[in-house]
Design a protein around this ligand. Structure first.
Ligand SMILES: Cc1cc2nc3c(=O)[nH]c(=O)nc-3n(C[C@H](O)[C@H](O)[C@H](O)COP(=O)(O)OP(=O)(O)OC[C@H]3O[C@@H](n4cnc5c(N)ncnc54)[C@H](O)[C@@H]3O)c2cc1C
Ligand SMILES: *[C@@H]1O[C@H](CO)[C@@H](O)[C@H](O)[C@H]1NC(C)=O
Ligand SMILES: *[C@@H]1O[C@H](CO)[C@@H](O)[C@H](O)[C@H]1NC(C)=O
Ligand SMILES: *[C@@H]1O[C@H](CO)[C@@H](O)[C@H](O)[C@H]1NC(C)=O
Ligand SMILES: *[C@@H]1O[C@H](CO)[C@@H](O)[C@H](O)[C@H]1NC(C)=O
Ligand SMILES: *[C@@H]1O[C@H](CO)[C@@H](O)[C@H](O)[C@H]1NC(C)=O
Ligand SMILES: *[C@@H]1O[C@H](CO)[C@@H](O)[C@H](O)[C@H]1NC(C)=O
Ligand SMILES: *[C@@H]1O[C@H](CO)[C@@H](O)[C@H](O)[C@H]1NC(C)=O
Ligand SMILES: *[C@@H]1O[C@H](CO)[C@@H](O)[C@H](O)[C@H]1NC(C)=O
Length: 542
């Protein structure tokens, strides 16, 4: 596997299995009152939400169950939040039936417990499985069916289904249909879709949420609602505002999109020591204006130049073109001849194969890997942050960035071009506001293998320093942030305290800009007592 970093393969290639080291010796409930609440919670669920076909006892794990830790860690994708000292839930409900979801909400509410909702567990700040208050995890991974209706070009997808599963079952029915969502197959649709969701079909088809046509959600009163019964404002809010402020998503109805029988992919690497700075400078100007069938991502890695014995930055250009090489070549020849793409760099494959290619799987990997959910996920410690860029960064600016990266040695970046369909959709169509005028989205990644607080602080500091360093180059007033790359540095409430509205506003504006107020008003209608809350949830009016 090479050194490139699609968001996901970056994690895949640098991680080590450390799960076996994480067995804590004992648990203690934070107080006798939460112990009593837990008992009452379990009674409530077992007595009232336990249909004979799906007994609640088959779904409830407490630290007394021997498989508690393996269930907890089955979907924890960031070791920063799964160390022995990380806060643990009082219980995990691995829902097997809609009634378990309803019961978890009602019983937790009645007994004063907070819940964390988890689908794929990829939250970049671990917010689906850690909290500083006594809490229950509602784990949705058993709700993972994908039903494709190819005649109507739609599918119902349950919240616990992974992206890989969605891609696999679409491809089983058709090689000219696809769905625009993220590159990492293990990401869950529960969090990914409700947070916006994007991948390499973004320039042609927009975000995931631009292609959702219905949903089923359980509200704070335990009612199961669909688009019609929840109303358009709640349906609007859960397509980009984050599901966990509003209820528990059970499933989504998605609109499939059409792709060519074969698409063209390529991956070429250039060094900033040679010509990459020029190519990147030009890329900034044209990547969001290219034919919308072409998505050209760039990633930036610090590498060792073995000959010269010093460090350097390599830039990888990863392309996805909805069409064949014959059509792609003249496009790039005209817009970015500096890249020097060769016909032999290009590979023509069915769309579903391109999902494997983008994830860095070797040629010949069976499509069934899209269905794999690692029993024990690969773990590392990592921190992500994000920015939007509206004006090209100057050549000097770029060079100073490479210098900073080399000095820090730990920051990697991924730049994702916008434009195309993204320019055509209004900022208020969904809660996701970063539409026309954005050239590209930056994701920053810092990861480390060392355990312990000292290493963590050191790397988090590097990550923050880089973010600060980037200030003059990126969007401001507000500095925009992508919700799915959740980042607690931009402001966060503490769940055990009263929600501070000014803090909520500060992260809310960065994530949602002008849509924040509308999210607050939807929240006030559907969950006025703020049961569905976490560090960066939408607060109700008060
Ligand atoms: C390796 C990796 C690759 C990624 N690649 C991409 C990418 O290509 N494109 C992109 O847009 N993003 C990407 N992301 C970000 C990803 O989309 C978000 O982290 C997303 O929230 C993950 O969804 P999940 O269900 O896996 O996570 P979870 O951790 O389960 O949930 C994330 C958030 O959603 C809430 N939530 C989860 N399920 C539900 C539900 N059923 N109802 C209500 N709320 C719910 C959780 O409470 C939490 O707040 C990536 C993240 C990682 C770690
Ligand atoms: C966890 O342990 C309890 C008590 O022994 C048991 O009733 C329950 O069925 C166990 N949970 C699961 C999911 O097996
Ligand atoms: C598919 O579309 C047809 C025509 O619009 C409609 O009658 C039918 O109910 C749809 N099927 C499903 C399963 O939604
Ligand atoms: C960096 O890119 C150059 C191509 O310009 C390549 O020759 C070199 O192997 C790359 N280095 C690494 C470590 O990938
Ligand atoms: C670069 O070389 C140094 C020293 O030899 C080594 O510690 C480091 O891991 C290497 N980095 C990469 C990205 O290969
Ligand atoms: C690229 O453009 C140049 C100049 O217009 C032309 O001579 C050349 O044939 C083109 N190459 C391809 C592969 O289209
Ligand atoms: C994959 O490998 C096979 C031979 O093993 C080769 O024929 C094919 O062209 C390769 N496909 C791609 C996309 O590289
Ligand atoms: C697509 O991937 C599958 C699984 O690796 C492989 O069998 C098939 O040959 C690939 N198709 C093409 C055209 O490369
Ligand atoms: C954080 O990084 C900055 C800049 O690199 C440095 O000056 C500062 O001492 C670091 N702080 C800590 C706590 O490591």
């Amino acid at each position: 596997m090479d050194n490139t970093i699609t968001t996901c393969s970056f994690f895949l290639s640098t991680l080590t299995l450390v799960l076996s080291l994480l067995v804590p010796t004992s648990y203690s409930l934070s107080s006798s009152s939460s112990s009593l609440s837990l008992e009452n919670f379990i009674q409530c669920l077992s007595n009232h939400y336990s249909p004979p076909s799906h007994p609640a006892s088959h779904a409830i794990y407490t630290p007394k169950n021997s498989s508690f830790l393996s269930i907890l860690h089955m979907h924890t994708y960031n070791n920063r939040f799964s160390s022995p000292t990380a806060p643990k839930p009082l219980a995990i409900v691995t829902s097997l039936h809609e009634s378990h979801v309803q019961g978890t909400i009602i019983c937790a509410k009645n007994h004063g417990l907070q819940i964390r909702i988890r689908s794929g567990g990829h939250d970049t700040e671990g917010l689906s499985y850690v909290s500083d208050v006594p809490f229950i995890i509602l784990d949705m991974f058993h709700h993972d069916s994908v039903n494709v209706d190819i005649k109507n070009e739609t599918a119902w997808v349950e919240a616990g289904a992974t992206l890989g599963k969605v891609y696999y079952y679409i491809a089983k029915k058709s090689n000219v249909h696809a769905f625009p969502a993220g590159v990492c197959p293990t990401v869950g649709t529960g969090g990914h879709f409700s947070g916006g969701g994007y991948g390499n079909l973004l320039r042609k088809f927009g975000l995931t949420v631009d292609n959702i046509i219905d949903a089923k959600i359980v509200d704070v009163n335990g009612n199961i609602l669909d688009r019609k019964s929840m109303g358009e404002d709640l349906f609007w809010a859960i397509r980009g505002g984050g599901g966990a402020s509003f209820g528990v998503i059970l499933s989504w109805k998605i609109k499939l999109v059409s792709v060519t029988p074969k698409v063209t992919v390529f991956r070429v690497q250039r060094s900033v020591e040679k010509d990459a700075t020029n190519i990147v400078y030009k890329w900034q100007k044209i990547a969001s204006k290219l034919d919308e069938n072409l998505f050209l991502r760039t990633t930036f890695d610090v590498v060792n130049d073995t000959q010269k014995g010093k460090k350097n930055v390599n830039v990888t250009f990863i392309g996805m073109f909805l069409g064949l090489t014959n059509k792609l070549m003249p496009l790039l020849n005209e817009s970015l001849p500096e890249l020097g793409l060769k016909r032999s760099d290009c590979i023509e494959i069915p769309w579903v194969n391109s999902t494997l290619y983008w994830y860095n799987y070797p040629n010949g990997t069976k499509l069934e890997v899209l269905l794999d959910v690692p029993k024990e996920p690969l773990l590392s410690n990592y921190k992500t942050m994000s920015d939007y860029v509206k004006k090209p960064i100057s050549r000097n600016g770029l060079e100073s960035i490479w210098e900073f990266m080399i000095k820090s040695d730990r920051v990697r970046m991924e730049w994702n071009p916008y434009g195309g369909k993204m320019d055509e959709i209004s900022e208020s169509e969904t809660p996701f506001p970063h539409r026309k005028g954005n050239l590209f989205l930056i994701e920053y990644l810092t990861s480390w293998g060392e355990d312990g607080v000292e290493a963590r602080n050191r790397y988090l500091n590097i990550s923050r320093s880089f973010y600060k360093f980037m200030t003059p180059h990126v969007s401001n007033s507000p500095r925009a942030t992508f919700f799915n790359y959740r980042d607690l540095n931009i402001g966060a409430n503490i769940p055990s305290n009263t929600i501070k509205l000014d803090i909520a506003r500060s992260y809310g504006i960065k994530y949602y800009q002008g849509n924040y107020e509308r999210l607050v008003s939807v929240k006030s209608r559907v969950d006025p007592d703020n049961f569905f809350r976490y560090e960066q949830s939408i607060p109700p009016f008060h």
